[in-house]
Design a protein around this ligand. Structure first.
Ligand SMILES: O=C(O)CCC(=O)C(=O)O
Ligand SMILES: [Fe+2]
Length: 286
């Protein structure tokens, strides 16, 4: 079968830019299959010069990868519970930057997101890049001894520092001008996930931990957990496992949240950035 799309890897491990695709119209079956295969192989894929400013079009594009789903705590678009606007205004200087710490989305839920499709409507003239880390490369490069230890462990995840009683948003504080985050007691819930997760579509193993939401290994104290969690978090963001995406208006990123972390770089104080996310429904990690 001759290929109609181009796939240009960004690094030796993670990320590829896809060309020859217009996400605003339905893809042929073979194009959709090639795009999906690139998503699974590269863990995060990027498209340029797209027009998904119509929310229904963005959701239709996201359905190439999974089923759009609403997420708790962050205010969604009116009429589109599966879409959130992520906005930093020029006057949001010094405020919390959404997604600004290394994380995997919604691991505080029993069924964390499969992934997300992020579309850029407005970007600063420089800065505001997003970093992505390959958690299967991070797992593969551990020693056999540590791998076998981690395969027997589970970890506890919670949204309490972002969306619960320890949230900096409690009482409406620290909100950026154009976003609304509702921190509640619901955010304090703890959920347990395996530390090593097997990808349901590729069968590949990856580390499933992140510094934002993982608080301890299940059955260990936080103090006992911290040294090993710190080691794993530092290991996971080694240069070799990371790519960095420079956005333009019209750029799209789609990440596989089952085997990656990401982080929004906060280096554009005084400028506006507006990206829009469709979150995809995930399954229970195994
Ligand atoms: O704004 C970004 O680049 C990413 C923000 C984020 O963490 C997310 O959309 O899940
Ligand atoms: Fe995120």
């Amino acid at each position: 079968m001759s290929s109609t799309i181009s796939v240009t890897p960004l690094t030796g491990s993670i990320g590829a830019e896809i060309g020859g695709v217009d996400l605003a119209v339905p893809l042929s079956n073979s194009q959709a299959a090639e795009v999906h295969a690139a998503f699974l192989e590269h863990h995060v894929i990027f498209f340029r010069d797209q027009d998904l400013s119509e929310p229904d079009r963005q959701k239709a594009a996201a359905r190439l990868f999974g089923e759009p789903v609403a997420i708790p705590f962050v205010k969604s678009l009116a009429d589109h519970p599966e879409i959130i606007d992520i906005v930093k205004e020029p006057e949001d200087v010094g405020k919390y930057n959404f997604g600004g710490n290394w994380h995997t989305d919604t691991t505080f839920l029993e069924t964390p997101a499969l992934g997300a499709l992020l579309y850029a409507l407005e970007v600063p003239s420089r800065g505001g890049d997003t970093l992505f880390a390959d958690m299967s490369a991070a797992y593969d490069t551990l020693s056999d001894g540590l791998k076998s230890t981690l395969n027997g462990l589970r970890a506890l995840h919670t949204g309490k520092r972002s969306y619960g009683s320890q949230s900096k948003f409690q009482g409406g504080k620290n909100q950026s001008v154009s976003m609304q985050i509702d921190a509640t007691e619901e955010g304090d819930k703890l959920v347990s996930h395996p530390v090593v997760r097997t990808h349901p579509e590729t069968g590949r193993k990856s580390l499933f931990l992140n510094p934002n939401y993982t608080v301890s290994f299940d059955g260990w104290t936080e103090a006992e957990s911290k040294p090993l969690l710190d080691f794993l978090h530092a290991h996971a963001i080694r240069d070799e496992f990371i790519c960095r995406f420079r956005w333009d208006a019209g750029s799209v990123a789609v990440w596989d949240n089952r085997c990656t972390m990401h982080r929004a770089v906060n280096d554009y104080e005084g400028m506006r950035r507006h990206v829009r996310r469709v979150t995809l429904d995930g399954d229970r990690p195994h």
